[in-house]
Design a protein around this ligand. Structure first.
Ligand SMILES: Cc1cc2nc3c(=O)[nH]c(=O)nc-3n(C[C@H](O)[C@H](O)[C@H](O)COP(=O)(O)O)c2cc1C
Length: 315
C-alpha cells in the first residue's frame, strides 16, 4: 500500500505469519527504469513469498520491470489496475486501464514472455459508468487469454472523477457477489477477493468458494490478525510466536537497519498496531510516537514501550 507499507513492514508481518503472500506497494515502471531501482526492489530473503506490484501500461517497460523483479527474486509480478489517483490516471495506469483490456492483456503477454514466475492482475469490478458485468467479463477474459495466472479483485468499483482516492476506499459499497459470480464464470482462473475483510473468519468463509483473500488496511492497523493464518489457512501446526517474541525478533533487524542509516521511525511506525485491542495498546503506541523520532533513538524505545506486564511473560 503506497505510503504505508515497505520492506520493513513486510519483514515485520513475516514474523507474524510465515506463509501469507505479501505484496509490495505499487512501484511504477518509471521509478524502476529511471529511478533508484535498489531502493524499490531490495528486500530481505525472509520476506518470501513476496510479490512485486507494478504500475504501468507500456508492454515493453512492464516486461523489463517484470524481468528486474524476477532477477531480484520476487515470487510473483502483479499489475495494478485498481489505483484511482489522478497522478496514476495521468500516467495512464492503475484503475483507468480497466477501460483498456487489450492494453493490460498486451502487458500480461509481454511479462509472461519475460519471466517464469506467475504474472497476476489486481483489478476493480468496474470504473465510473463502465461497470456492467459484461464489461468486467470482457476485461477478465482478455487477461485469461493473455496468460494471466491469477486475478485479485478489489470488490468495489473505482470512481475516477468526483471522489478522492481516500473516499473511493469506502464508497461505493463492496460487491462480493460480483467476485463470486466471476469465479463461477471463470472456474479455472485463480481468483482472490479484496476489500473490507476484517478477520480470518470472514476470510475462511470466502475461501470456501474463492482461491484467495487479500487483506489491506486491517492487516496494517491490526497485524495480529495474520497470526492465526498459518494454522487456519495454510495448515501449518507450528504455533505462532507471541507478540513479545515478534518484537524480540525485530530488534536485531532494527539494529542492522539503524546501523545502515535508516531512522527508527521508518520501521517503528509499522509496529504501532501490534497490540491493537490488547491491554497496553495505547501505552505502546504513545511511547513509540513520543520517543522514536528523538535524536539517537534506538531499539530501547521498543523494549521500554512494551507494556510492563508483557515484558517477561508470553502474551
Ligand atoms: C494508503 C493506501 C495505499 C494503497 N496502495 C495500494 C497500492 O499501492 N496497490 C494496490 O493494489 N492497492 C493499494 N491500495 C488499495 C488496497 O490494496 C486495497 O485494495 C483496499 O484498501 C481495499 O482493501 P482493504 O479493505 O482490505 O483495505 C491502497 C490502500 C490504501 C489505504
Amino acid at each position: 500500500m503506497l505510503d504505508w507499507t515497505d520492506r520493513h513492514c513486510r519483514y515485520f508481518l513475516r514474523l507474524i505469519s510465515r506463509h501469507t503472500l505479501l505484496y509490495t506497494e505499487m512501484v511504477t515502471t518509471g521509478a524502476l527504469l529511471h529511478g533508484d531501482r535498489e531502493r524499490f526492489l531490495r528486500f530481505d530473503p525472509s520476506e518470501h513469498p513476496v510479490a512485486l506490484q507494478l504500475g504501468g501500461s507500456d508492454p515493453a517497460d512492464m516486461a523489463s520491470c517484470a524481468r528486474l523483479g524476477a532477477e531480484y527474486g520476487y515470487d510473483e509480478i502483479n499489475i495494478n489496475v485498481g489505483c484511482p489517483s489522478d497522478r496514476v490516471q495521468n500516467g495512464r495506469f492503475g484503475a483507468c486501464l480497466m477501460a483498456e483490456p487489450g492494453v493490460v492483456a498486451d502487458c500480461v503477454r509481454a511479462m509472461k514472455d519475460a519471466v517464469a514466475v506467475p504474472v497476476t492482475v489486481k483489478s476493480r469490478i468496474g470504473i465510473d459508468d463502465r461497470d456492467s458485468y459484461g464489461e468486467l467479463v470482457d476485461f477478465v477474459g482478455a487477461q485469461v487469454e493473455a496468460g494471466c495466472d491469477a486475478l485479485i479483485v478489489h470488490a468495489r468499483k473505482a470512481w475516477l472523477s468526483g471522489l478522492s482516492p481516500k473516499e473511493n476506499r469506502d464508497i461505493p459499497p463492496l460487491r462480493y457477489d460480483v467476485v463470486l459470480q466471476l469465479k463461477r464464470d471463470f472456474p479455472a482462473l485463480s481468483i482472490s477477493l479484496n476489500g473490507g475483510v476484517q478477520d480470518l473468519d470472514q476470510a475462511c468463509a470466502l475461501l470456501e468458494t474463492l482461491d484467495g483473500v487479500m487483506i489491506g488496511r486491517e492487516a496494517y492497523h491490526n497485524p495480529w490478525i495474520l497470526a492465526a493464518a498459518d494454522a487456519r489457512i495454510f495448515a501449518d501446526p507450528t504455533p505462532p510466536p507471541t507478540r513479545h517474541q515478534v518484537i524480540e525478533r525485530m530488534l536485531p533487524y532494527i539494529q542492522r537497519e539503524l546501523d545502515a542509516g535508516v531512522p527508527l521511525t521508518a520501521i517503528s511506525r509499522h509496529l504501532l498496531g501490534l497490540f491493537q485491542g490488547r491491554p497496553g495498546a495505547r501505552v505502546w503506541r504513545r511511547w513509540i510516537s513520543e520517543h522514536a523520532h528523538l535524536p539517537g533513538a534506538g531499539c530501547e524505545v521498543l523494549t521500554e514501550a512494551l507494556p510492563r506486564r508483557m515484558r517477561p511473560a508470553a502474551d
